[in-house]
Ligand binder design. Structure first.
Ligand code: ZN
Length: 98
C-alpha cells in the first residue's frame, strides 16, 4: 500500500492512497507553527487511516494488545498512535509502528 502526499498550487495539502482516495487540508492551518512537521504527519496519518477504512473496509492500524483501531494524536509535539482501551495508552510514533 503506497501513500503519497503533495502540495498543490493553492497551498492545500493532499494525500492519496494508490492514487484513488483524496483528503485535503488548508496549508495555512500549519503556518507559523515552528513544529510544522509533526502536526502534518499526524494529519497525514489520520487521512491515510480514513482512506484505508473507506476503500479497503479495514480498520488500520490496530492495537495488538486490544485489537482496536488506533488514533493519530500529538503529544509533546510528536505525532503518535494511541489506543483508547485500558484508559488510553501510546502505541508508538506515527510511521514507526512495528
Ligand atoms: Zn491498546
Amino acid at each position: 500500500m503506497s501513500v503519497v502526499w503533495e502540495v498543490d498550487d493553492r497551498g492545500d495539502w493532499w494525500v492519496s492512497l494508490l492514487g484513488e482516495g483524496y483528503d485535503s487540508l488548508e496549508q495555512d492551518a500549519f503556518d507559523g507553527d515552528e513544529e510544522f512537521g509533526q502536526p502534518l504527519i499526524s494529519w497525514v496519518a489520520d487521512a491515510t487511516q480514513e482512506m484505508v477504512m473507506a476503500m479497503e473496509g479495514l480498520v488500520w492500524p490496530v492495537c495488538i494488545l486490544h485489537d482496536l483501531g488506533l488514533h493519530a494524536n500529538i503529544e509533546h509535539l510528536n505525532a503518535i498512535w494511541t489506543c483508547s482501551a485500558s484508559g488510553g495508552h501510546v502505541v508508538g510514533p506515527v510511521g514507526k509502528l512495528a
